[in-house]
Ligand binder design. Structure first.
Ligand code: BG6
Length: 484
């Protein structure tokens, strides 16, 4: 059974930075896949805009190559690529000059949804917002989409928000965090709030601790200059991991709607305790195999930027007091593994003897590689020999459970772009959320720079620095193994 897709209303989507890397790899192939899934309406148009001096035919040729490279596997009929290219148009645009904006405005239709994707660096956000507004390329019904990094700290995030809000209302601003577009991340809400089973146990009384892991095998080779100014804290924790933490820890919203969900997430961020240096472990990968060290990739021999971070985070409210959230993320680890593991407390009393007599259940929400949900439960070991207990997974891998529907499952970007067209902000970060996240991150970063803290080297293809094991050991706990 293929997934049900409901076509969206006709739209003009302008991609500023339309010939850039994100457009080529994610946005354009994503839109193509949505067309193949039957979600594009008649009258959908995508207008690339960038400094490159090319015409419509040139842009179509560029997109054809991008689709061959990044959407080659898509199941679609023979004429699909040509139909998609027919939807495209192009405008040469120097963001700072007026001429291109005037031409762009003439290209757009009055009676369809209008969205503008800022697929460029944040230093241009303010200027683009002003030009869109001054030239009336957008109106109060239009939407704008912006990408991370949304600021480098609280001050810069506030400045960016102010620049955007000077021209657009908050309900028009779609700040992308692609983790929110991942299927399992939304499933976390479905599991929590669509079942009566888990919610009564979802609190400090029953949950011993939560582990959030986003492990990657990739290095920062090729993007070392950006990454070295950012590090794992700014690149992954302030946004992606923060969102995972919020969805795990938040109170049930009164309904599944943009402000109801975001209000609850914001309360979680505001309830986060400051993290002392003793609860943070930072690491930097060493050279290994045929891959260079972090320092070589960053081209900064004195770099103290972390490519790995682990932290013990406390959510100071009634639901979570006493139940820590351990989070970790790193590059060049043994496996690509991202998951949220909710580790329940042991049964209060055991009637059995032996090693397994009091093992807590674990609910694992796996984001990648194989999206799915697993509940680890204790059962009797099969066969004779007395009452021996063992642990088994109750496993639901989406690919197996949902069959064909998974083949048509949109990737994070596809889903989020369609949400922009639908006007649904639930899976986008609100300005106050982003600022609150920076307000929590900034003092932690400041503390380690004041202390001249240096990251601990760790073996490429391992599971991170030794000290990160200690972070849990000293609390009598241990990390789940990083494995594919
Ligand atoms: C990006 C980060 O936002 O997310 C990258 O800048 C990171 O450093 C990437 O590799 C991870 O995304 P995903 O979807 O591959 O887990």
């Amino acid at each position: 059974m293929a997934a049900t897709t409901i076509p969206v209303d006709p739209f003009d989507l302008v991609i500023i930075g339309g010939t850039g890397d994100l457009a080529r790899r994610k946005i354009l192939p994503g839109l193509f896949r949505r067309m193949c899934a039957g979600q594009m309406p008649e009258g959908a148009r995508v207008i690339g805009a960038s400094r490159s001096d090319m015409d419509r035919a040139g842009f179509q040729a560029f997109v054809r190559t991008a689709l061959e490279e990044f959407a080659g596997e898509t199941q679609c009929d023979d004429g699909a690529v040509d139909r998609f290219l027919d939807m495209l148009d192009y405008e040469t645009l120097d963001v700072f000059a007026d001429a291109g904006w005037k031409r762009l405005k003439k290209k757009l239709r009055a009676d369809v949804i209008r969205a503008v994707y800022f697929s460029v660096g944040p230093s241009l956000f303010g200027e683009i917002a002003r030009k869109l507004s001054d030239h009336k390329v957008t109106d109060e019904h239009s939407r704008i989409v912006v990408e991370k990094p949304f600021g480098h700290d609280l001050e810069t995030a506030q400045a960016l928000n102010a620049e955007l809000r000077a021209c657009f209302d908050e309900h028009q601003i779609y700040r992308i965090d692609h983790y929110l577009g991942k299927e399992t991340v939304q499933n976390l809400m479905a599991v929590r709030f669509g079942n009566a089973l888990f919610e009564p146990l979802w609190n400090a009384q029953h949950v011993d601790h939560v582990q959030i892991t986003v492990g990657e095998t990739v290095s920062v080779d090729g993007r070392g200059a950006y990454y070295d100014k950012s590090g794992a804290m700014r690149d992954m924790v302030q946004n992606h991991i923060m969102q995972l933490l919020c969805l795990t820890a938040m109170e049930p919203p009164s309904k599944y709607g943009a402000d109801a969900v975001r209000d609850e997430k914001l309360k979680v961020i505001r309830a986060l305790e400051p993290v002392p240096l003793t609860d943070v472990v930072r690491g930097q990968y060493s050279a290994g195999g045929d891959v260079d060290s972090y320092v070589a990739h960053s081209q900064n021999p004195k770099s103290t930027t972390e490519s790995y971070i682990a932290m013990k985070v406390k959510v100071a409210n009634w639901r979570w007091a006493g139940t820590p959230f351990y989070i970790r993320t790193g590059k060049r680890l043994r496996a690509r593994m991202s998951e949220i593991a909710v580790v329940f407390k042991d049964p209060p009393h055991s009637i059995f003897e032996g090693e397994f007599n009091r093992k807590g259940n674990v609910l694992i929400i796996r984001l990648q590689p194989d999206e799915g949900i697993t509940l680890r439960v204790t059962i009797k070991e099969p066969g004779p020999g007395g009452m021996r207990l063992t642990e088994v997974p109750l496993d639901m891998t989406f690919a197996e459970a949902l069959g064909d529907q998974v083949a048509f499952m949109p990737d994070a970007y596809e889903r989020l772009i369609m949400d922009v067209i639908r006007g649904d902000q639930t899976l986008f970060m609100r300005g106050d959320e982003v600022e609150a996240a920076w307000a929590w991150v900034d003092p932690i970063v400041k503390a380690w720079s004041d202390a001249r803290d240096k990251p601990e080297p760790y073996d490429a293809s391992g599971s991170g620095p030794e000290d990160s094991l200690m972070l849990l050991h000293r609390d009598g706990r241990r990390w789940r193994e990083i494995k594919a």
